[in-house]
Design a protein around this ligand. Structure first.
Ligand code: FES
Length: 373
């Protein structure tokens, strides 16, 4: 049994002793530190020499100007550099020129503002050292008025009013810096999906006038880009497939766009594993001998559904844990997704290769307000 002996109370007037800057209560427990005071103040060059102050002013302005250049570079890269243009960067390799310039522009923009502010504070802002005693969270009215007065004085003593070039360049840097954020918000949301998610490469062949002519495309393994036979898909296995021709016929952004929409997960279940419901029977009938194909694009906000649990036949989206039941036509059994994954109806051709019998019968990916139209 534990013996709980209460600690003896320390007398309110316990003696304290000073020892190497520490103040000790009874029992040698440190209670507080003796205030060591401030070291001797060292004046900065800019405080004593107007030429040094001018040099500091120029360096601050230069850094803010560097930030402005960075922002301009970002905007030029965003609007004028083709996203498909590649460039070689030593130690990194081949990469998108647009991404490189966007990154450099944003880095210079932020770095210029940050370094300019630090340099300004270290060289030109007030260098007074002050001590403020702790006080209740809400300051007394007189202190609050004092704060306002201090800020007003601070604006004066930080030389903001006396040094218009800093005021102008800092205003320009901060003002321009907001532009990329607005551009990102307004420009990078992209167009409304309209019909784009209803039509994928599984629809067949796209004509010059934008219409599609039906064509039964084989299912090609990704990334090998070769057809797959039904006999290659064993029970419990799962494959990542794309429509035949997508990887060889398309290039650049169009290829990436179609890969994103047309990507499909191929699984084989025992035909008896499908539920005896309308949905379960439809899922089995749209497959081939237990092999079923479903869009890999999550119907929540479009993440790739990547995890297949063999034992439960559940597909899991790693983004927000939406879970789809493959045995019941990928019904949502958990998570925020609002509808099942669209199924691709498949069959085999005369050589035993898996083909898409028809394109998706509903839009792939996230739901959106104009989906029904
Ligand atoms: S994107 Fe799949 S659950 Fe959110």
């Amino acid at each position: 049994m534990t013996d709980l002996t209460p600690e003896p109370e320390r007398p309110a007037d316990s003696a304290v002793r000073l020892d190497q800057g520490h103040v000790h209560g009874s029992g040698g427990i440190p209670e507080r530190f003796q205030d060591p005071g401030l070291p001797p103040h060292v004046h900065r060059a800019a405080d004593l020499d107007e030429k040094a102050a001018k040099r500091a002013e120029r360096s601050v302005a230069g850094l803010f100007a560097l930030s402005m250049l960075g922002t301009v570079l970002f905007l030029v890269a965003y609007f004028m550099v083709d996203v498909d243009t590649q460039t070689f960067v030593p130690l990194i390799g081949t990469m998108s020129l647009s991404n490189l310039l966007l990154g450099l522009g944003m880095a210079l923009s932020l770095l210029g503002i940050g370094l300019g502010a630090v340099q300004w504070a270290k060289t030109l802002m007030p260098d007074h050292e002050s001590v403020e005693e702790r006080h209740p969270l809400r300051s007394a009215d007189v202190d609050r008025e004092g704060f306002v007065q201090t800020m007003t004085d601070g604006a004066e003593t930080s030389q903001l009013t006396r040094r218009p070039i800093i005021k102008a360049t800092m205003g320009g840097a901060l003002g321009l810096f907001s532009l990329p954020l607005l551009v990102q918000l307004a420009g990078s949301l992209g167009p409304l999906p309209r019909n784009d998610l209803s039509v994928t490469f599984w629809n067949g062949e796209k004509q010059a006038d934008g219409s599609w002519v039906a064509k039964k495309r084989r299912l090609h393994l990704d990334p090998e880009d070769r057809p797959i036979k039904a006999s290659d898909v064993t029970i419990g296995s799962v494959f990542h497939v794309l429509p035949e021709g997508l990887q060889s016929e398309l290039h650049g952004a169009a290829k990436l766009n179609e890969i994103t929409k047309s990507t499909v997960l191929l699984m084989r279940l025992n035909p008896d594993d499908f539920q005896d419901t309308d949905k379960g029977r439809k899922a089995r009938d749209w497959g081939y001998q237990g092999i079923v194909a479903y869009s890999k694009v999550c119907t929540h906000v479009g993440c790739p559904v990547g995890l297949y649990e063999q034992t439960t036949h559940h597909l899991l989206c790693p983004c927000h844990q939406s879970t789809f039941d493959v045995t019941n036509d990928c019904e949502v059994i958990f998570g925020p997704a609002g509808r099942p994954l669209p199924q691709l109806k498949i069959n085999v051709d005369s050589e035993g290769y898996l083909i898409a019998e028809q394109p998706f019968q509903e839009p792939v990916g996230p739901s959106f307000w104009e989906r029904e139209s």
